[in-house]
Design a protein around this ligand. Structure first.
Ligand code: FES
Ligand code: FE2
Length: 409
C-alpha cells in the first residue's frame, strides 16, 4: 500500500527561505551565534522542525519499559501525531500510526495489555500485534464478515520504522534515515561496553516526568553543557565539580559532557547497586551525559543508566519523560527499595533545579534584545554543535516520506 501524502512538504520552501539567513549564520564556520528567537516561538519554524529535525532522523518516542511484555500497548502523541508502541508476539517493539484504516478512528486510547488484538471501538475492525487486519465484522452486510471486493491484506496498520537501544524506542518517521546502527555508529562505538547490557526497570521508582513551559530545544541545549553546574546544581558540583567535566562533541549526531568523578550511591547499610560486569576502568569513577539528536538525553554510569525523551508540545511547551535502568535483576529485591528511591529523588532534584533555567531562557526568547546570543569558545561547543546540526538539517529541508508502509506487506 502506498500513500500520496507528501508529508506536508508543500510550502516549506517559504518557511525555509524566511529563516534561511539566520540559519546560515548559525551554521557558518567559525560562527558563535545561536538560533534566532522565531525558532523557539513560531508555528512555522516548529512545523519545519517537525518535518526535518524530527522526521529525518531517529527520534526517541518512548521506552522499552512502556511495552515490557508481548501484547503491551502504549499510545503516544508525538508532535501532534497519534502513534502506538506495541510489543508483538515475538517480543519485538513495533510502532504504528494509531489510527484505524477504515474511517480514521483513533485506535488505542489507553496504555496496557491488549490480549493480542487491537480492536477499533467504532465498527470493531481488529488488527493483530503485527498490525495485520484480521477481522472486519459485517463488512459484507449483517453477519457477513468478508466481501469479495475487499482485501484485508491491503489495510494493515501503517507502520513506522522502530528500533530499541538503551531502553528507548526510537523511530524514523520519514522512513529514509540510514539504519539505526549506521546513523548512530559513533555513540554505539563510544558506549560499546554498554551494548547488550541487561536493563532492569522496577516500575514507578524508575520513572520521572516533567511538564515544561519551554521549547524542547532549550531542554536539550541545557543538557549539553556543564557550564551551569556551580550555580544551578551546587550539591552536585560539591563532589563532581565543573573542573572534573569534559566536553563531548560529535558533529551531526550528539554532544554533551562527561565527568571523571562519579560516586555511586551508598545506602546506610553499605549497599550499592551492582555494577555492569566487564566494564573498563574508565567507568570506575567516570560517567557521560549526551544529547543524542534530536530529542533524547542519555546518561551512563557503571551502576545504572537513564534516558529522557523530550516530547515537544508545540513551539513553547514540552514534556520530559525519564526512565532509569539498572544492570542487574537483583535490584528488584525489597532490600534495594530505599536505595532505588534515593537514586530517583537525587535525579529528580537535579532536573528540577534546571527548570527555572530552561523556562527562563524561553521567556527571554520574547525579547527583541536577544539575537541568538553568543557561544563561548571553551564552555559552549557542545551546545553550538546541536545548533549547527539543527540549522543545517532545517536548511536541507524535508525529504518526501517513502510512503505509508502497511504492516501486512
Ligand atoms: S473506523 Fe475503525 S472500524 Fe470503522
Ligand atoms: Fe543542569
Amino acid at each position: 500500500m502506498t500513500g500520496s501524502y507528501d508529508g506536508g512538504t508543500a510550502g516549506f520552501s517559504d518557511k525555509i527561505s524566511s529563516l534561511a539567513p539566520a540559519l546560515q549564520a548559525v551554521a557558518a564556520e567559525g560562527s558563535s551565534v545561536g538560533l534566532p528567537n522565531p525558532c523557539y516561538m513560531e508555528a512555522d519554524a516548529w512545523m519545519l522542525e517537525r518535518e526535518t529535525v524530527f522526521a529525518k532522523h531517529w527520534a526517541g518516542l518512548g521506552f522499552t519499559a512502556d511495552i515490557a511484555k508481548p501484547g503491551d500497548c502504549h499510545p503516544i502523541d508525538f508532535l501532534g501525531q497519534p502513534l502506538l508502541m506495541v510489543r508483538d508476539k515475538k517480543g519485538r517493539a513495533r510502532v504504528f500510526h494509531n489510527v484505524c484504516r477504515h474511517r480514521g478512528m483513533l485506535l488505542v486510547e489507553k496504555a496496557g495489555p491488549s490480549k493480542g488484538v487491537l480492536r477499533c471501538r467504532y465498527h470493531s475492525w481488529a488488527y493483530d500485534l503485527e498490525g495485520r487486519l484480521k477481522r472486519t465484522p459485517y463488512i459484507g452486510g449483517p453477519h457477513e464478515d468478508t466481501h469479495p471486493d475487499f482485501d484485508p491484506n491491503c489495510y494493515g496498520l501503517a507502520e513506522v520504522r522502530a528500533h530499541e537501544w538503551l531502553g528507548v524506542v526510537w523511530i524514523n518517521l520519514d522512513g529514509r534515515a540510514p539504519a539505526f546502527e549506521e546513523a548512530n555508529a559513533k555513540i554505539l562505538e563510544r558506549w560499546r561496553e554498554f551494548a547488550g547490557a541487561p536493563l532492569t526497570h522496577t516500575g514507578d521508582d524508575c520513572r520521572l516526568q516533567f511538564e515544561l513551559g519551554t521549547n524542547w530545544k532549550l531542554a536539550i541545549e541545557n543538557y549539553c553543557e556543564a557550564y551551569h553546574l556551580p550555580w544551578v546544581h551546587p550539591a552536585l558540583n560539591s563532589y563532581s565539580r565543573i573542573e572534573d567535566h569534559y566536553n563531548i562533541v560529535e558533529p551531526g549526531n550528539f554532544s554533551g559532557q562527561g565527568t571523571t568523578v562519579y560516586n555511586p550511591l551508598l545506602s546506610p547499610d553499605g549497599r550499592k547497586f551492582p555494577a555492569l560486569s566487564g566494564l573498563s576502568s574508565m567507568w570506575d569513577a567516570g560517567a557521560e551525559y549526551v544529547s543524542l539528536y534530536p530529542n533524547v538525553m542519555l546518561g551512563v554510569h557503571r551502576d545504572h543508566c537513564y534516558a529522557i525523551v523530550v516530547l515537544p508540545d508545540g513551539p513553547t511547551r514540552c514534556r520530559e519523560r525519564l526512565s532509569l535502568y539498572y544492570f542487574d535483576e537483583a535490584v528488584r529485591d525489597p532490600d534495594y527499595a530505599e536505595l532505588r528511591a534515593t537514586n530517583q529523588r537525587t535525579w529528580e532534584q537535579v532536573f528540577v533545579e534546571d527548570v527555572f533555567a530552561v523556562e527562563g531562557m524561553q521567556k527571554g526568547r520574547a525579547s527583541p534584545g536577544f539575537d541568538g546570543g553568543v557561544f563561548t569558545p571553551v564552555m559552549d561547543p557542545p551546545t553550538r554543535c546541536f545548533h549547527v546540526w539543527a540549522a543545517e538539517t532545517m536548511l536541507e529541508g524535508p525529504r518526501p516520506p517513502e510512503g505509508l508502509r502497511a504492516a501486512a506487506e
